[in-house]
Design a protein around this ligand. Structure first.
Ligand code: AHR
Length: 307
């Protein structure tokens, strides 16, 4: 059922090894796979006993996993919330059990910020703004309408909400930019392809695709090629993540620009967990450092990319 423990240490009792319960979103994208690997490897290196469970993109599974970690009396719970809302009850249960919670990668919209110790991850609004800024620069000399289609991430998730908002804020300064269709592709390649096929059928003139992650962009590339168009030329493509396959498509000229979102959160997560368990003060927000890639920069970066 996707649950596993990195070592046999007993939860919360006996030895002094820290036990962490980690509830992962799923395995929806290359980003997620790299993130899971980073968390598992870093736990091992830090000597933390990791109990890992994969929620298959379902909030109910995450809530179940968190409740089970509370029952097992783990020392710390970390999770990447699939959607932003609906966490107050279970977070309150963890708080009542005196188990500290760390949010990684994605935020919750709980008003009561005492329900978690810290939130480690990217600034998704900023990522959306960077994507929008590239577009503004790319079309600065043109007065024609730019028809944009958008592949959103998982409905209700922080990265989908924020990447949409950041992008929209930047491009709405110029009315020539028109988002003519916007729909969720659930951060997966298969859904990205399917939704792009539908976009292509109902919109004869698409200039730009903005996909909230590489995987949906890669699926969309298949749809674009299937419709006899050239990705990167007939339709310009901006994505977010910069995982290996995305970077390869960027270097090959099929994607035009990628905004980086780093999945390598493991080492920082383990540091924060150790501090939180000791009762030390940690900053309430830890933002990941990230960059952007053009096609030329992707060619340079690819040989040394770790994921
Ligand atoms: O929360 C981070 C997002 O989740 C990544 O950008 C996407 O690829 C993943 O599925």
């Amino acid at each position: 059922d996707g649950d596993s423990s990195a070592s046999g240490g007993s939860a919360g009792g006996g030895d002094d090894k820290i036990v962490m319960g980690f509830s992962q979103v799923g395995a929806e994208s290359g980003w997620r796979t790299a993130n899971t690997k980073s968390v598992q490897e870093s736990a091992k290196e830090a000597g933390i006993d990791l109990k890992f469970s994969d929620a298959q993109q379902k909030q109910e599974n995450q809530i179940k996993a968190i409740r089970s970690y509370i029952q097992q009396k783990v020392d710390v719970i970390a999770f990447s919330p699939v959607v932003e809302s609906g966490w107050d009850t279970v977070l309150k249960e963890a708080q009542n059990a005196k188990i500290p919670v760390i949010l990684t990668d994605r935020a919750v919209d709980s008003k009561d910020t005492s329900l978690y110790k810290t939130f480690l991850g990217s600034d998704f609004v900023e990522e959306g703004k960077k994507a929008g800024q590239w577009l503004v620069d790319e079309y600065k000399d043109s007065k024609d309408t730019v028809n944009i289609v958008e592949l959103q991430g998982t409905t209700g998730s922080a990265p989908a909400n924020d990447r949409k908002a950041g992008f929209s804020e930047i491009i709405s300064a110029d009315p020539k930019f028109k988002v003519i269709a916007s729909q969720s592709g659930d951060f997966t390649r298969a859904k990205g392809k399917e939704v792009m096929e539908a976009f292509l059928k109902s919109n004869p003139k698409i200039d730009v695709l903005y996909a909230h992650n590489d995987d949906m962009g890669l699926g969309a590339i298949e749809a674009i090629e299937g419709a006899g168009k050239v990705p990167g030329k007939d339709i310009k493509i901006i994505t977010v993540d910069a995982v290996h396959d995305g970077m390869q498509a960027l270097a090959d000229g099929k994607i035009n620009y990628i905004v980086e979102c780093s999945p390598l959160l493991g080492p920082q997560l383990m540091d924060l967990a150790k501090k939180v368990v000791k009762g030390e003060q940690v900053p309430p927000r830890v933002v990941t450092e990230e960059t952007t890639f053009t096609q030329e920069q992707a060619k340079e970066a690819l040989p040394n990319r770790k994921y």
